[in-house]
Design a binder for this molecule. Structure first.
Ligand SMILES: Cc1cc2nc3c(=O)[nH]c(=O)nc-3n(C[C@H](O)[C@H](O)[C@H](O)COP(=O)(O)OP(=O)(O)OC[C@H]3O[C@@H](n4cnc5c(N)ncnc54)[C@H](O)[C@@H]3O)c2cc1C
Length: 541
């Protein structure tokens, strides 16, 4: 099927969908040997990467340090980390970070050495940061500047990938929708999904608006398998103010000593975990929710981050971005307790890949937050995802180069259209898409959020299927339309999350079932896989 409005295809060697840390890093290696089109759905810097604050975890002190980083990653992943993936992460990590520093990334230094912070579930201080709390923005800047020096990389901003092209079962490019509603076809020897996470499936999220999970929906449509979709990490401390976005208050604040207190000023983490505020994220997030409804309050109790009595930290200088945002709301790290509550933050699951980014569909690769290598298991260790983008972005590029060395650029092929091709939508269609999106986000937050149970998830799944069917019905042959497609992505990803969460009848890592509170020993290293053809099944890795 060809989408009306398509214009003549562009031919490149490599198509990279997404310009966060994973896409940028991959593009740099790919450009050594071929032409690259690097696509961003919005402005090139707008990505989860740009908002990453706390830092990048990396073992800079030799083999023993690498071994400890591996241990911490495996422990945080709660019985589901695929060990070879974690080994790849921690072993390749120092080399990839050193390379980035050589390319101009300015991590913070003190007395001639790197400044390092400790975050939750890390056994030592190993988090590098830049400009205090602007690590992702600095990494993105350094990578983009290097990409721009490459003649062979072209950046296409504000283009949304809306469909993948397939020829004889192989992905050979994609359709991109621009802001004017025109569709451009791109043919490539290999296509990398580096489209990031899907925080926007929830109404409470730290992720920017671009994170609607499009890459996951595209992969499903192309026949790829997703893995571990029930594992969504909820960050414990997003700003909790009516009318304000759920701005992240980095774990590094707790790493520097900030305490979590309830309205009575009690440091309630004492009742929940020996590591207190630096317990694994899922433990802290659930403790906050439980504490907020505990006690004799007739309303939800506020929970606060409190650093006012912590000595020896120049909070405003150490966290300039956070301080500036809080100032907009009349709050100060040194003078006020800061109201916090969990929000959806990071997808541990994603498009299933091997350690070189190969998905289950030839020609289609995935790296970064959109991919599931098993590196994070059931819960990601703080600050491991920027590192993941660097390491697995580079690995995916190597595989794309090796696998396509003898291939010509694909000339033609059937376009595998996305489910939702919409003719210039009517006002009623737009209203319906907007209302469905809000409804799906709220439903997924209550059914597939921090606490889950069968009956609520089944009800949500049924309602979501009905809404997706109506959205599909409103899709007519014609030009695709961004908000409609994003609503379809949310429906597709939400369905995968619910189905995997229903199938996993235990509580593990970020997945907490009220009706199955125990962790089952037989589920150690058993991963959920989801595809349109097979639904959910389990596999041992
Ligand atoms: C507020 C916040 C703070 C964080 N702090 C940290 C931290 O301190 N340390 C850490 O390790 N991790 C942190 N993370 C997580 C980390 O930032 C991300 O996991 C990581 O940056 C993801 O990188 P990525 O390249 O996979 O995707 P992203 O950086 O999200 O990039 C995705 C790209 O895909 C593009 N895209 C999406 N859909 C489409 C489409 N349909 N067509 C074309 N392009 C598309 C987007 O435009 C974007 O360019 C944080 C995340 C957030 C949100």
């Amino acid at each position: 099927m060809t989408i009306p409005g398509s214009v003549a295809a562009t031919h490149v060697d490599f198509l990279v969908l997404g310009a966060g840390v994973a896409g940028l890093r991959a593009a740099l290696s790919l450009a050594e040997q071929g032409t690259v089109l690097l696509v961003a759905k919005d402005a090139v810097a707008e990505s989860n990467t740009h908002y990453a604050q706390g830092g990048i975890a990396v073992a800079m002190d030799g083999d023993a340090d690498v071994a400890l980083h591996l241990e911490d990653t495996i422990a945080a992943g709660d019985g589901l980390v695929f060990r070879p993936a974690a080994e790849a992460l921690v072993q390749d990590g120092p080399r990839r970070v050193a390379e980035l520093i050589e390319w101009g990334a300015r991590f913070d230094r003190e007395d001639g050495d790197w400044m390092r912070t400790r975050e939750g579930a890390h056994s030592r201080a190993r988090i590098l940061h830049a400009f205090g709390d602007a690590t992702g923005a600095e990494m993105g800047r350094a990578l983009r500047e290097r990409v721009r020096t490459h003649r062979k990389v072209r950046i296409a901003e504000r283009q949304m990938a809306v469909a993948l092209h397939q020829q004889d079962g192989r992905v050979v490019g994609a359709d991109l929708l621009d802001e004017s509603g025109q569709v451009h076809s791109v043919r490539a020897k290999a296509t990398l999904l580096a489209t990031g996470g899907a925080g926007q499936i929830y109404c409470e999220t730290t992720n920017p608006a671009v994170a609607t999970g499009d890459g996951l929906a595209l992969a499903l449509q192309a026949g790829a398998e997703l893995a571990d979709m029930e594992f969504y990490q909820f960050h414990p401390t997003a700003l909790h103010l009516a009318g304000a976005p759920r701005f992240l208050l980095s774990e590094a604040l707790r790493g520097e000593g900030a305490q979590l207190v309830n309205e009575r000023g009690e440091r309630f983490m004492r009742r929940h975990h020996p590591l207190l505020e630096l317990a694994p994220r899922d433990v802290v997030a659930r403790a906050i929710v439980q504490e907020s409804v505990a006690g004799d309050f007739d309303r939800q109790q506020e929970i606060y981050l409190d650093m006012r009595s912590v000595p020896g930290v120049a909070w405003n200088e150490r966290f300039p971005t956070i301080s500036a945002v809080l100032a907009r709301y009349g709050l100060s790290l040194t003078k006020n307790r800061i109201p916090v509550y969990p929000a959806a933050h990071y997808l541990m699951g994603g498009v299933r890949t091997d350690l070189a980014g190969r998905t289950t569909v030839p020609g289609l690769y995935a790296a970064g937050e959109v991919a599931a290598t098993g590196v994070h298991g059931a819960n990601r260790l703080a600050s491991n995802s920027l590192l993941e983008g660097l390491v697995f972005g580079a690995r995916a590029a190597e595989a794309m180069l090796a696998d396509t060395a003898l291939l010509p650029v694909a000339e033609d092929g059937a376009i595998f259209a996305s489910e939702c091709s919409m003719l210039a939508a009517t006002d009623a269609d737009r209203r319906f898409a907007a209302e469905s999106t809000t409804r799906m986000q709220q439903m997924l937050w209550s059914a597939a959020g921090l606490f889950r149970e069968e009956a609520t998830m089944r009800r949500a799944l049924a309602e979501l299927e009905t809404m997706a069917a109506e959205l599909r019905q409103r899709c007519r042959a014609g030009r695709p339309w961004r908000e409609g497609l994003e609503a379809m992505s949310i429906a597709a990803v939400g369905r995968a999350v619910l189905q995997c969460a229903l199938a996993r009848r235990e509580s593990r890592g970020a997945h907490a079932r009220l009706d199955h509170p125990k962790k089952l020993a037989e589920n150690e290293n058993r991963h959920t896989l989801f595809s349109l053809a097979r639904g959910v099944h389990f596999e041992q890795w």
